[in-house]
Design a protein around this ligand. Structure first.
Ligand code: SAM
Length: 292
């Protein structure tokens, strides 16, 4: 099987198997060898690494990863791609393909079973329709993962890096920056994919922190507070949090906590840094905010 990653090689495989793209699965396959090499370089993959790839498609990026990693576990939802992967990856004996929805996979268990509980490196050209749920799952699953290198929509990559005051700043920025240090490492034009996506694409690398940059009494409460603060973006924090379900915070308690932090009573969530959210989270818990 020749190496994939060119337009002709990809079209040949698609024709051979009469494969039809499934829009619902966000299928845009990479066809540029330089970009493929750049992704594997950015992911710092070496012989000692076990890579978790999400959505291998016809196995293009998988081949590049398998050439450098100790092993690759590739999770693909589309059953129609499984016989194709068997063919395109037949020369790579360090690859395991799992036909499953990544959102249903127990990643911590997978790392126990396949990598003796050691950290995975995650590398993926992600399906854009579920970028945020996948990233949140990777962080919240508490699976050992030390580096995540993923292709996402450029706008989403930028959102992960934003700070307070920007229009794009929100719950995703705060979650990513709580767990990791984000760096955009490449921009990838639409013509590097079949079919070409209608949005710009970028590769972002998330280097997982060993300990988060802020400490809080209750991480779960911090994230519910953050989500509630951006759910109703236009509302002031006092109004947004006072109405939020599941926080058990009154408007008076929210106002009092902001006063202690010397923030104006009409401040909105988008003005607060991660450090300020952490402080607010602890203050609200002291005055009655609830853990579930
Ligand atoms: N890695 C390939 C490449 O770069 O050419 C394909 C990338 S394509 C953007 C996304 C892949 O993710 C598709 O193969 C799609 O079927 C798969 N996919 C979509 N949703 C998924 C899910 N929930 N779990 C696992 N794979 C999924």
């Amino acid at each position: 099987m020749p190496k994939l990653g060119t337009p002709t090689g990809t079209l040949e495989i698609l024709r051979k198997y009469d494969f039809h793209f499934q829009k619902k699965y966000g299928q845009n396959f990479l066809i540029d060898p330089n970009k493929l090499e750049a992704i594997v370089d950015a992911a710092k993959v070496g012989e000692e690494d076990c890579v978790l790839e999400i959505g291998p498609g016809i196995g293009t990026l998988t081949q590049y990863l398998a050439g450098r990693a100790g092993s690759v576990i590739a999770v693909e939802i589309d059953q129609a791609l499984i016989p194709i992967l068997k063919d395109t990856l037949s020369d790579y004996h360090n690859v395991t393909v799992i036909n499953e929805d990544i959102l249903k996979v127990d990643i911590a268990r997978l790392s126990q079973e396949k990598n003796a509980g050691k950290p995975f490196k995650v590398v993926a050209n992600l399906p854009y329709y579920i970028t945020t749920p996948i990233i949140m799952k990777l962080f919240e699953s508490r699976a050992p993962i030390d580096l995540i290198t993923i292709m996402v929509q450029t706008e989403v990559a930028q959102r992960m890096q934003e700070g307070p005051g920007s229009k794009e700043y929100g719950a995703l920025s705060l979650a990513v920056q709580y767990y990791s240090r984000p760096e955009i490492v490449a921009h990838v034009p639409a013509e590097c994919f079949i079919p070409a996506p209608k949005v710009g694409s970028s590769v972002i690398r998330l280097t997982r922190y060993e300990t988060p940059p802020v400490q809080v009494k209750d991480e779960d409460f911090l994230f519910r507070l953050i989500r509630a603060s951006f759910n109703q973006r236009r509302k002031t924090l006092v109004n947004g949090l006072g109405n939020a379900q599941g926080l058990a915070v009154t408007k008076a308690e929210a106002a009092e906590a902001l006063r202690k932090m010397e923030l104006p009573e009409n401040v909105r969530g988008e003005a607060l840094s991660l450090e300020q959210f952490a402080r607010l989270s602890d203050l609200l818990l002291e005055t009655g905010g609830s853990g579930s």
